[in-house]
Design a protein around this ligand. Sequence first.
Ligand code: FES
Ligand code: FES
Length: 186
Amino acid sequence: MSALNRHQVDREPKTQQAISLPQEACALVVNGEPYNLSVPTETSLMHVLRNDLVLNGPKYGCGLGQCGACTVLIDGVAARACVVPAHGVQGRAITTLEGLGTRDQQHPVQLAFIEEQAAQCGYCLNGMILMTVSLLAQNPDPTESEIRHALSGNFCRCGTHVEIIRAVKRAAVLMQAHREQSHDKR
Ligand code: FES
Ligand code: FES
């Protein structure tokens, strides 16, 4: 059995059930795991992740690419899964919140958000956390104005902005410590 076949989705995808459109094969790599699916051509990545792969990290907010709730990483860069066609990202490395860390071993950005208690309802957190991972990969020591700019398209209806900005600053510190630890182990 090939690696791809190992994750063949053999039940009828929910996307397929809901929309009676011609199906097309779609091979995705999500959180390091390969999946073979069959979905309508224009199906968004968010619908495939949530409905077919049961990955509920990406949240459905506006569905228009304007709120950031559905953010994922594509090749390490933040993208809005509600406006990305699943077929367009075949073979790319897709990371959802589920692929960052575990309950026992959180990613430094997740840890920073927990330590700063940067959440109320939590609906925006998927986008805030993945946007922060993407930001810190490009700019490991951002200023407050760079953080505000990077997160300006991610909406928090609960008004948790002050704690979220604090969490991003803490995440930058934790990521730096994490890099130093990894370097020392070599
Ligand atoms: S749900 Fe994708 S940006 Fe709002
Ligand atoms: S914590 Fe509720 S939307 Fe941000």
